[in-house]
Design a binder for this molecule. Sequence first.
Ligand code: COI
Length: 368
Amino acid sequence: MKRYNMKNQIHNMHTTTTIPIRRTAESGLPGLDINNLPFGKTPTDHLFIARYAGGEWAEARIEPFHQLTLSPFALCFHYGQTVFEGMKAFRMEDGNISIFRLEKHHRRFNRSLHRMGMPAVPYELFREGLRQLIALDQEWAPSGKDASLYIRPFVIATEERLGVKISDEYLFLIVCTPVGPYYARPLRVKVETEFVRAADGGTGYAKCGGNYGGAFLPTQKAIEAGYDQVLWTDAQTREFLEESGTMNLMFIIDGTLITPALSDTILDGVTRDSILQLARARSLEVQERKISIRELEAALKSGDRVEAFGAGTAAVVAPIESIAIGEETYSCYVKEDAVMHSFKAELQAIRTGKAEDVWGWNEVVGVR
Ligand code: COI
């Protein structure tokens, strides 16, 4: 395969768009109902891949979706140098496709990579990889209600070495899959006070594989006890709410939108940030601060309307219908007129072009 210097390629990318493409001989699309697929199981026809070695990214290309061949010595299998993003693209009313908040996702991707000692992915490589892959697989972007094209950029350490070290070699891939809602119904959650997800100074804010792997056992225990998800609490005191399994946590109490402030232990969610901006634009009072279990319990006990929901790329706005705190289970407000539903609708309208994108959030890919 031709090797070229990605730095030179990137330099001209906004005009030359030179990612080589090898097309699939046979699309997987015919006969598939892309508006009704289980989450994250069906890849689109192509993937983007680039290789990092010798201190630079090279060999960027788009190929038919395929398996990877890696040495069992590849460092990603042993010491957890894996970082990913979760993004979405939407079929717009005019038929074009919008990639949501590409720039913010790219910044977070590089923050995660930095925390894991992995090389940054240049913006142009990230953007052009995404744009060109999505333009090629454009037929895969669904138009159904709550449907979107989920995008998974990720980097893995590939140097072949069993010694514990930072890898000198990596692969950057982007894969896509058409998806519907991540959660089909309002969630029943429990406040987790035994296990923790993240500690100060750790990797909690990074989207690295280990953060998710470490959450599986506690989440599985919660599922076995009849819940859908856990609400994580802080490592030091187990008194303050942090986030939920796959999403940031938000409450609307007394007309105020409250969400835990960002920290080392909380993911800087793109949906979180978007909802906060929408809320402030509506002059809703927004508080990014610590929220304790006791404060939440008092609000839930008061009988006043409390809305609780998760905010995330996959989950979008995931209503929480009940919260277990110790032995007590409390109901939250999830009816149709709940404010959280209006955020979801507003986001959807912006992403699909029904409402004006005053924020500049949509990276539009024109269809042929
Ligand atoms: C996302 O919301 O995109 C995520 O990455 C969370 C989960 C699906 C792993």
